[in-house]
Design a protein around this ligand. Sequence first.
Ligand SMILES: Cc1ncc(COP(=O)(O)O)c(C=O)c1O
Length: 338
Amino acid sequence: MIDLRSDTMTLPSEGMRDAMRDAKLGDDVWQEDPTVRELEALSAERMGHEAGLFVPSGSMANLIAQLVHAGRGDEVICGWDSHCVRDEVGAGAALAGVQYEMIPGDGRYTVEQVAERIRPRTFHTPGTGLVWLENTHNLGGGTVFPLAEIRKIAAACRERDVPLHLDGARVFHAAVAEGVDVREIARCFTSMSFCLSKALGAPVGSVLCGSRDFRERALRFRKMLGGGMRQSGVLAAAGLYALRRNVERLAEDHANARRLAELLAGTRGVTVDPAAVQTNIVMIGVAGDAPELVRKLDARGVQGWPPDARRIRFVTHLGVDRAAIERAASIIREVLGA
Ligand SMILES: Cc1ncc(COP(=O)(O)O)c(C=O)c1O
């Protein structure tokens, strides 16, 4: 099987498993796990923020950020196809009590689109609690939010005293694609998160970064949501290993994704623009029923994921090398072009 459903499908390497076995541990609910402390400190340092908080998942990081910044009934300005809108079971509405003011498009918006949506709390209007960006954008096809626009949005939010949060599940991909230090992106935000389990090869975990005060408030919500973990240094050790060894190699995944798109371009019934592939996600349009085509591909040993009836997503990661990509492309061409 060549598994291109998601970059979360990676398994920990031998070296990562050794690091997990050898980790120094303590009770992290008591803030006494030295390996978790080390991961949080390294994450904050890499992102240029004061503090980090290890959380079990990207979804929990997103929910905590909304709980910290936005009150019940507040609006969160975000892209209509954001992960927090589409794929987190309505947690923002159900548990944080926010409503989304959604910007149409591919997840990359302008400062003007944000500014015209920011509104005060009055006796009629909900008021903007938070502005949200996702970079890279998952359902947009791994697209990179241009740094120049992020800086303008950050300035507009600062001027209006509205917090700006980054769902940076794949922010390292954005940094590698733009050729900048990830800190350049991360420090534009009041708070941000990144995932250790998406293409970095760790089995579990995300880190929220922000000010010390943000961390204090986030810590209480993590506990409230049942996300306080005990000897979680076994997981943080995998995260440290991933951060130290698996970031630079993301360029390989990007090149593999671009290659896959190039090999699929021109296939009958497939729409794909290789030049639009910026990172490790290839989103193709298909003429037939996408879930049915995915089942056919599966039977031939290639796995993809259909986000809707007309698209299939393929994601490259450290478990798939160039030879596997070329094999996958020829199978996909045969099945979809038939
Ligand atoms: C952009 C983005 N944010 C958040 C998440 C949620 O992460 P998790 O699956 O760890 O909850 C994902 C998962 O794919 C994602 O792609």
